[in-house]
Design a protein around this ligand. Structure first.
Ligand SMILES: [Zn+2]
Ligand SMILES: [Zn+2]
Length: 523
């Protein structure tokens, strides 16, 4: 029995349906409801399922008398897209308008709807059998309507109240139930969390019958343990493993800066990683307030997160995908987190799960918003719009660009946390006395594919860093620590080496000086 319906269809099909609608208008009423998705990321997908439970527990709203469930859905902005679809399906809209029939509506919120991998009326099997014209013409329109009805009906439980553990059939025949764990209601199968209950209503049936067949609208979301994570880069997507139709690809890895491994795309989940990996914490040998967190065996790209224990709160710089109880307990014992700051999309990983656990904001650059892959139900993200941002007093995020347009570094107590914005190279470890013209960093658009940044971008990094003093850098990976009073000079020197070697002997960056002393590039 599959709880979910149609999933994981390639992005091309989504575009096709929208284009086809423009001239033949086969699905005008559906498209009207959905046009808002047209500019959404094509990559994600989502559980189509949303289910809700109903109980008489104290967290549920009081029953609102005198209105019907369709009224509630109409006024609940978070589920406006789904509500629009449900109005197009007579079997559902009639039921929701009828106060004599009770129902529980499992409404996916707008983020989940936008992230569907394809339109709810599309079925990959029909595209395979019928080609691009599967939803054109009268027969195509019928097919689309049938699929749409199936989608909407999968979200309607013809019961309310709906008791925990009680297996019910949705209007399209899927068997589902829900369980309460850790204060959350989880719809099964699929581990879909009920985010909130929009309302409960009951309308007097007739003059003599003051009550009340209650109906409920619930807003649902999938549990993060079950969401797909790209095995190569560690990025988590709003797609449930249970959907049965995993995403075709990871857009972070398909970007020229990353890569898909020879064996092809592989997915995992936090639930699957559990027990197979472990996080380790290592103290910076020069500063006990700094801790490195890594995962063994390596998970994703193998980066490290760095915990800064500042007098103004703990800040976690960058992120790893895997979270285990040991890490949670340790960070909690140190006072939790005031903020997470992520340098760039390669380290986005499971940031909404971390934010949920530590109830803290996650700072990311506005410029890289397009690379986010999950809907932020918790509203945990803070977007850094300007060139710098104070995270907590003394800790400053500096936008340097280059690797990504919004690539950032973090500055604290004369230390610079650089992630991939500057890539620490082997000769950074060359012992003193170093020969003049020895590189310590490379400035790369792609690190694994070795595509260097152009001089203009390197100069942009320098201009952003110039006002800050620092005597150590910490890269995104273990061992990438560089310390010394000459570190800033080494940054500029490395930049000049790269600019000169790429064939720009007259570039203005070669004239930059540090502390009034020309940094020689004898190379
Ligand atoms: Zn990936
Ligand atoms: Zn990167």
């Amino acid at each position: 029995m599959k709880a979910q319906i149609l999933f994981g269809y390639p992005a091309a099909a989504i575009c096709l349906a929208l284009t086809a609608s423009a001239d033949s208008r086969p699905l005008s009423s559906f498209l009207k409801s959905l046009h808002i998705r047209g500019n959404q990321s094509p990559l994600t997908n989502l559980p189509n399922i949303a289910m809700p439970p109903i109980n008489d527990d104290k967290s549920s709203p009081e029953i609102s008398a005198g209105i019907i469930i369709s009224d509630v859905m109409g006024k609940t902005q978070d589920i406006a897209i789904f509500s629009g679809l449900s109005r197009d399906i007579d079997s559902v809209s009639d039921r929701l308008d009828d106060a004599s029939q009770n129902a529980t509506v499992l409404a996916p919120d707008n983020g989940a709807m936008r992230n569907l991998p394809r339109k709810p009326w599309e079925d990959p099997k029909e595209y395979s059998a019928l080609g691009d014209d599967a939803y054109k013409g009268e027969a195509g329109e019928d097919r689309a309507h049938r699929n749409m009805r199936r989608f909407v009906e999968a979200h309607i439980v013809p019961e309310s109240p709906w008791k925990e553990h009680h297996k019910v059939q949705t209007l399209n025949g899927n068997t589902i139930w829900y369980e309460s764990t850790g204060g959350k209601k989880m719809i099964q199968p699929g581990n879909i969390e009920v985010l909130s209950i929009a309302d409960k209503v009951a309308k007097p049936l007739a003059s003599q019958q003051p009550i009340s067949r209650p109906s409920t609208a619930m807003i649902t979301v999938v549990d993060g343990q079950d969401l797909l994570i790209c095995n190569t880069c560690g990025t988590q997507f709003d797609v449930s493993l249970q959907s049965g139709s995993p995403l075709k690809s990871c857009r972070i890895c398909e970007d020229p800066r990353q890569y898909v491994p020879p064996g092809g795309q592989v997915w995992t989940t936090l639930g699957q990683l559990k027990g197979k990996h472990e996080n380790f914490l290592e103290q910076d040998p020069t500063d006990e307030k700094i801790l490195f967190i890594t995962t063994e065996p390596k998970c994703g790209i193998g980066e490290r997160a760095i915990l800064l224990q500042t007098p103004n709160g703990n800040v976690l710089w960058d992120l790893i995908a895997f979270i285990d109880q040991k890490t949670i307990d340790f960070i909690t014992s140190k006072g939790g987190l005031s903020a997470i700051v992520i340098s760039h999309p390669h380290f986005y990983t499971t940031h909404l799960e971390w934010a949920k656990i530590f109830n803290c904001p996650v700072y990311v650059a506005t410029e890289d918003k397009q690379w986010l892959n999950r809907f932020d139900h918790l509203k945990a993200r803070r977007f850094i719009k300007g060139p710098i941002e104070t995270i907590v007093p003394g800790v400053t995020a500096i936008k340097v660009g280059g690797h990504f347009d919004g690539s950032m570094v973090l500055h604290w107590e004369k230390k610079l946390f650089i992630a991939d914005s500057m890539y620490t190279v082997p000769s950074a470890g060359t012992p003193s006395p170093r020969q003049p013209g020895t590189s310590s960093y490379s400035f790369m658009w792609s690190i694994p594919n070795m595509i260097p940044l152009p001089p203009s971008k390197i100069e942009g990094i320098w201009k952003a860093l110039q006002p800050f003093e620092f005597e150590a850098t910490y890269g995104g990976f273990t061992g990438q620590d560089v310390r010394g009073s000459d570190v800033k000079k080494r940054v500029l020197e490395s930049m000049q080496i790269q600019v000169k070697s790429s064939g720009h002997p007259e570039h203005s960056l070669l004239l930059e000086k540090l502390e009034g002393v020309m940094v020689a590039v004898e190379w």
